[in-house]
Design a protein around this ligand. Structure first.
Ligand code: 13P
Length: 256
């Protein structure tokens, strides 16, 4: 297998520091001394990173992610968190361009691109999110939307940097709705995204890049989605908030 699947828990604005302690200890007890044919990533809210790092920071089978980071290094940016700060908490990945950041907080392709580039400059691995709304899909704009998001979001990124970037295809209509894309819909979109990467960076880069699916992934649908040839793991919201549910998705999606 040239692409190791990657399963990432995006807790969004859930699970504060004290609950993080409970989750981390429980999850650790379930995964300790086991190996998985997949990378496992957990993305707590910023304020829970210290607790997560305290319990999971030295566990080699689990990596921590942040859910966002600033495109700036330091200075007068009230409310922002820099990539350098995140690195103090054993953070190796950072989710960027999530549809909630785009839709609710107005992040543009340009801002997301600046964040992706800053993250790479600091040797953080972006989980770069893309995906269309239902209206865009219905209007036949799926490919146009994905093309713009990929070309703008990865503008100026080098082929070397791309090796440390994960793309997450998350159709907005499938996020938090319980409506998952069918395996066919997801595979079709993933294959298209891979073709976009090939156009921009070449076939070799496209063959290597991991493309996760996100949007109502559950233990019950993980196996079917992960069986698709261009789906290399999942970015999970709701179903990642329980340690056993997150673990079931990993086990069903990437059986040992
Ligand atoms: O947005 C998501 C992960 O980033 C998906 O969320 P759900 O798994 O809750 O649909």
């Amino acid at each position: 297998m040239i692409r190791k699947p990657i399963f990432a828990a995006n807790w969004k604005m859930n699970i504060g520091p004290s609950e993080t302690e409970d989750f981390a200890k429980s999850f650790l007890s379930k995964v300790q001394n086991r190996t998985f044919p997949a990378d496992i990533v957990i993305a707590p809210p910023f304020v829970s990173l210290a607790k997560a790092a305290e319990i999971l920071g030295n566990v080699s089978s689990i990596a921590l992610a942040a859910q966002n980071c600033s495109q700036y290094d330091s200075g007068a940016y009230t409310g922002e968190i820099s990539g350098m700060m995140l690195k103090e908490f054993f953070v190796h990945y950072v989710i960027l361009g999530h549809s909630e950041r785009r839709a609710i907080f107005g992040e543009t392709d340009e801002v997301i691109n600046a964040k992706v580039r800053k993250a790479r400059e600091l040797n953080l691995k972006p989980i770069f999110c893309i995906g269309e709304t239902l209206d865009e899909r219905k209007a036949g704009q799926l490919e146009k939307v994905l093309r713009t998001q990929v070309s703008q979001g990865l503008k100026g990124v080098t082929e070397r940097d791309l090796q440390d970037i994960v793309i997450a295809y998350e159709p907005v209509w499938a996020i938090g709705t319980g409506v998952t894309a069918t395996a066919e819909q997801a595979q079709e979109a993933h294959a298209f995204v891979r073709s976009l990467v090939a156009e921009q960076f070449g076939n070799d880069a496209a063959a290597k890049i991991r493309i996760q699916y996100g949007g109502s992934v559950k233990p019950g649908n993980a196996a079917e989605l992960m069986a698709c040839p261009d789906i290399d793991g999942a970015l999970i919201g709701g179903a990642s908030l329980e340690p056993q549910s997150f673990l079931d998705i990993i086990q069903n999606g990437a059986p040992a």
